[in-house]
Design a protein around this ligand. Structure first.
Ligand SMILES: C[S@@+](CC[C@H](N)C(=O)[O-])C[C@H]1O[C@@H](n2cnc3c(N)ncnc32)[C@H](O)[C@@H]1O
Length: 317
């Protein structure tokens, strides 16, 4: 599929979701046509109930992580949320930056921006903005605008990830950082899944292989890259069986391949400045993984088996 076709499909799907859905429907897939009818696909969204600043009306359960949790946002910061949807993470970030900060959400789907603006109107925040625009070309956002960039389950939907991460680098202040939750896969994903365009809008078929994804971030110039959280996404058999036969399904389940939600952190450092010393060689050439929710799927990991992302980075040194 061509880039523009993919984007139209994504826009159409999220436009429908923004118009018809109340909060707390299934992540990515729903009855609006994003995925096939009858899919029950609840495994990606994270529970925000106890998160400071959470606004139920802005939560369409479209995320796959909690990027604000490890984003180290400070009072007074300017935060940019890419693919902000109805504003879920924007309002969480607003509760941290307070009156003196600024939070900007960007989304390419007009219906989502309208919904986010309506939510903000009710809340009355003067330092929250929602812009209609594409992550790959953030014309309205100047160089070195943001202290922190966040994003939740969006980059996998962006066909040109190189351009997107180049833009993230441009709009971040030197010394700033990002925290991005996203979907990636490890190993070989069966062809049937990759080719299913309806799953594309459902966050899976547009996902990149993890190593390629991290390579794009590194090539954009980011340092101190770290996977802070990760979680295996269990796709239901009835969904997989729409794209695989029984034999392929069993082979997939018994392989090391899998789809993961990860939250990646990385920094934009002053040119020539190297990253903090780690056991690995300098400047993010090795990726540190601090916490895992599914250690059995992580090859070679000596990580502990925490079951809550609330224990961010508590294990694994
Ligand atoms: C899975 S939803 C996540 C929404 C929000 N981050 C949340 O967690 O509720 C993906 C959102 O990204 C937006 N999006 C996808 N591709 C985009 C792009 N290239 N530029 C801007 N927004 C995009 C969609 O319109 C949609 O609102």
């Amino acid at each position: 599929m061509q880039t523009e076709q993919i984007k139209s499909l994504v826009k159409e799907s999220y436009g429908k979701i923004a118009k018809v859905k109340n909060q707390n429907f299934n992540s990515c897939c729903d009855s609006s046509g994003c995925c096939s009818d009858g899919d029950d696909f609840t495994s990606m969204a994270v529970n925000y109930d106890n998160v400071e600043g959470y606004q139920e009306a802005a939560d369409l359960s479209l995320g796959c992580g909690l990027p604000t949790h490890i984003a180290n946002i400070q009072k007074g910061d300017t935060v940019l949320d890419l693919g902000s949807g109805a504003g879920n993470d924007v309002f969480v970030a607003r509760s941290i930056v307070g009156e003196t900060g600024r939070v900007i959400g960007i989304d390419m789907t007009p219906e989502m921006v309208i919904r986010a603006l309506q939510n903000n109107q009710k809340l009355g925040f003067k330092n929250v903005e929602f812009h209609l625009g594409e992550i790959e070309n953030m014309e309205g956002i100047g160089d070195e605008t943001a202290d922190v960039v966040i994003s939740n389950c969006v980059m996998n939907l962006v066909p040109n990830k190189v351009k997107a991460f180049t833009e993230v680098f441009r709009v971040l202040k030197t010394g700033g950082h990002f925290s991005i939750s996203d979907i990636v896969y490890r190993g070989e994903l069966p062809k049937g899944i990759l080719e299913a365009s309806e799953l594309y809008a459902g966050c899976v078929a547009g996902a990149s292989e993890q190593g390629n994804y991290l390579g794009i971030i590194k090539s954009a110039g980011f340092k101190n890259m770290e996977i802070k959280q990760e979680r295996l996404i269990e796709l239901p058999d009835n969904l997989l069986l729409q794209h695989l036969n029984e034999t392929e399904l069993n082979a997939f389940k018994n392989s090391d391949s899998g789809i993961y939600s990860i939250t990646v952190y990385a920094e934009k450092l002053e040119e020539g400045k190297c990253c903090e010393a780690t056991e690995s060689s300098c400047c993010g050439s090795e990726i540190k993984t601090k916490a895992t929710l599914q250690p059995e799927k992580q090859a070679g990991s000596a990580c502990c088996g925490t079951t809550s992302i609330e224990k961010k980075g508590a294990c694994c040194g």
